[in-house]
Design a protein around this ligand. Structure first.
Ligand code: ZN
Ligand code: ZN
Length: 334
């Protein structure tokens, strides 16, 4: 493939990346699908790196698409590439995929890919030589980054990344709690979703994180800015469901940390703790910033139960004040 051809391709991929949220469009779908098909046709081939990097570049668009025809085709292609390339021999001590966040890769890949394909091009990436980028194991790492982006938890051996949906929820809830919801936000359903997620959670640690998130949004839900019975009901239902799993929660801790006093900080903590990848990201952030309580204390069942009870009492009191005592069926939470 000539430098001009690859230049055109990279430009097309960059165009898909750049205005990914404007609208779904058949031309962009076609660019993504052609790239995925080329990779799927020869996932361990000489040009696998080119198609894999192209798909990584377009992940923001792919992740935003409704339905799963296009994301599914991308997922199958990158999974095949990972399978074909991950165990190839290599003598590198480090690979680029393992050392940066996806956002950094997205920023640089457009410039790098053309230079990777055209071996006569000057190489001015300082951190890694060209052959480390071209290494099959590096390409496999990028393929796994794409897998995990599309299906969180589907790949291992890559830097942990907070699932896209969780990132969106943190930003959207923080905007609500700061009193400036993003345009188009349905505040009621945004807050209720925390309670709904809590009702569906099956893993005790996921549930503990969501209890913290529910506590964080409960202050807003009981404030004079909100007078919504559905929100109070949804959060209360989620907490009741959580407490049904925590009836005999005990621990040997001498005390527990308080939650961050800012609602948006507490949402950040709670939603990070609500998934396995998020907990790994939380650990890393905590290590590098020194901010945040130890996760084992925040995930403690006794702490979770106490937080859930306190939050539920606050929500019920508000519901009674606004809408009268209409909950005689409420289970005992003492
Ligand atoms: Zn290597
Ligand atoms: Zn404890």
């Amino acid at each position: 493939m000539s430098a001009v051809e690859i230049g055109d391709l990279v430009e097309a991929w960059g165009g898909v990346q750049d205005d990914y949220q404007s609208h779904r469009d058949a031309a962009k779908d076609r660019i993504v699908l052609e790239c995925a098909r080329a990779l799927a046709a020869d996932p361990g081939g000489e040009r696998a790196h080119q198609w894999t990097f192209g798909l990584v570049m377009m992940l923001p668009y792919v992740g935003w698409l409704p339905g799963d025809d296009v994301p599914g085709a991308v997922f199958d292609a990158v999974r095949a590439a990972d399978g074909a390339l991950r165990d190839r021999p290599c003598a590198h001590e480090a690979h680029p995929y393992a050392e940066d966040e996806l956002e950094d890769h997205l920023f640089w890949l457009g410039d790098l890919v053309a230079d990777l394909v055209d071996e006569s091009a000057e190489w001015d990436e300082d951190e890694h030589p060209r052959d480390a980028w071209l290494c099959p194991r590096n390409v496999a790492g990028f393929a796994r980054i794409a897998m995990d982006f599309i299906e969180p938890g589907s790949a291992t051996g890559i830097p942990p990344r907070l699932p896209e949906d969780t990132q969106r929820d943190i930003e959207s809830l923080a905007a609500v709690l700061h009193g400036c919801p993003r345009p188009g936000t349905d505040v009621d359903s945004e807050l209720s979703r925390v309670g709904d997620a809590l009702g569906r959670a099956t893993d005790p640690d996921d549930r503990a994180g969501l209890v913290i998130a529910a506590a964080a949004v409960s202050w807003y839900a009981v404030s004079d800015l909100m007078r919504s019975k559905p929100v109070l009901d949804a959060l209360a239902a989620g907490l009741e469901a959580a407490l049904s799993h925590l009836s005999d929660a005990r621990c040997a801790h001498e005390g527990h940390p308080g939650l961050p006093s800012s609602g948006s900080d507490a949402v950040w903590v709670g939603l990070h703790l609500s998934s396995p990848a998020g907990r790994r990201v939380y650990d890393i952030e905590r290590m590098s910033s020194g901010w945040g309580a130890p996760p084992e204390a925040l995930l403690c069942p006794a702490f979770t139960a106490a937080t859930a009870r306190e939050t539920l009492a606050r929500l019920r009191e508000r519901r009674e004040t606004l809408f009268g005592a209409g909950s005689p069926e409420a289970p005992d939470i003492s």
